[in-house]
Write a protein that binds this ligand. Structure first.
Ligand code: TK8
Length: 358
């Protein structure tokens, strides 16, 4: 069966079992905050089509529903959002291109494949830079990050808000991984790892001695199922909600990088909106981002435990083991910090340090 249908059936099947099922699809999640704020005037009916990479059970989808609800309620039903999950309209790169040409209104990619538009976004790809969710939130809300959103001006894409994709963890089907040596393989070949389409991620895995292959997210499940790659890295919530545990036996809690999402709207769609609608869309994007960060935090450890229950062997790494990875990827900083901008990297390091001393 084609993996897309298989995954869809699994999600439907689990949903039918209800929340009391042993293998729940979502943890006990916070309800979305009450929708507040005045309704906007009547500026006509608008439908926005939004394409997402992830599944219906992901924080990405659930917070998009909240986004749609805010718009619906505050426009008294005049603005509706149609959400297309599961990469069915395309992958991050394709959907950003569709925004540019105006064939899609909204999408929600990782920052990593968007560095082609705004190169400073690559600061988020530097390994082990933002050690805690608090630091990551501060970095995403910083002036430097706002400048990155503003820098989309002129690309055909309007960037509305940063949100959480999350701390990325390594999974694979070959062997348990607890050290850089395990990645490189001493007597065996280096792990083949799918990366996002981003040069810093490629450098990270090359430096660790893996065989990295950049690949669109929508192709990943089949690639792992067919053994084209041994492994991949994504937050636990994605590994669970995209059913990667079906084809990945081993997980390692590496937390090697925190990558955000960016909520985006096509400049063409944006320009067609009345200013009052624009303001509402911008506000709703920020509120949905806050809710998504909350959902993602509730998902994180829970998703890891669920994966273990479903048979994934998860290796937890102690501080010393993490430090070994951190040291091994140092050359990535030497190569990339000057290109990304030393000042920007230093600013993020300062944010990281201040979050640690709190
Ligand atoms: C979803 C992607 C995905 C990302 C990746 O569209 O490609 O691995 O983490 O979740 O943005």
């Amino acid at each position: 069966m084609h993996p897309f249908f298989k995954r869809t059936l699994l999600i439907t099947g689990a949903a039918l079992l209800g929340t009391g099922a042993a293998h729940a699809q979502t943890p006990a999640l916070s309800d979305p905050p009450d929708i507040e704020g005045a309704t906007v005037g009547d500026h006509g009916s608008v439908t926005l089509r939004m394409g997402l990479g992830l599944a219906e059970t992901s924080p990405q989808y659930l917070s998009s529903q909240y986004f749609a609800d805010i718009l619906d309620q505050r426009s008294e039903g005049r603005i509706s959002v149609n959400i297309f999950p599961n990469s069915q309209l395309g992958d991050d790169v394709q959907m950003m291109e569709m925004l540019q040409t105006g064939t899609l209104d909204m999408t929600y990619p990782s920052t990593s494949p968007a560095t082609g538009y705004v190169s400073e976004l690559a600061v988020f790809d530097l390994p082990f830079l933002l050690p805690t969710r608090e630091a990551a939130i501060e970095a995403m809300r910083s002036d430097a990050a706002q400048e990155m959103l503003d820098a989309f001006d002129g690309t055909g894409i309007k960037a509305l808000a940063f949100s959480e994709n999350g701390f990325r963890q390594l999974t694979n089907s070959a062997r348990p991984i607890a050290s850089p040596e395990d990645v490189a393989g001493l007597d065996v070949r280096g792990l083949s790892v799918r990366t996002m389409e981003n040069p810093v991620h490629l450098a990270i895995w090359q430096t660790l001695g893996a065989n990295p292959t950049p690949m669109a997210f929508g192709e990943l499940f089949s690639a792992m199922e067919q053994g084209v790659v041994d492994g991949q890295e994504n937050p636990w919530s994605t590994i669970l909600t995209s059913n990667f545990y079906e084809v990945q036996e081993y997980g390692s809690e590496t937390r090697h990088v925190y990558t955000p999402f960016i909520k985006m709207i096509s400049q063409r769609a944006w320009d067609r909106l009345d200013p009052e609608y624009q303001e509402l869309v911008q506000e709703a994007a920020l509120q949905a981002a806050d809710y998504e960060i909350q959902l993602a935090s509730e998902y994180d450890d829970w998703a890891r435990d669920q994966l273990e229950e479903r048979g994934m062997q998860v290796t937890r790494l102690d501080d010393e083991q993490i430090a070994a990875f951190q040291q091994a990827v140092q050359p990535v900083y030497d190569e990339w910090a000057p290109r990304i901008g030393e000042d920007l990297v230093a600013e993020f390091q300062r944010i990281a340090e201040s979050s640690m001393s709190q």
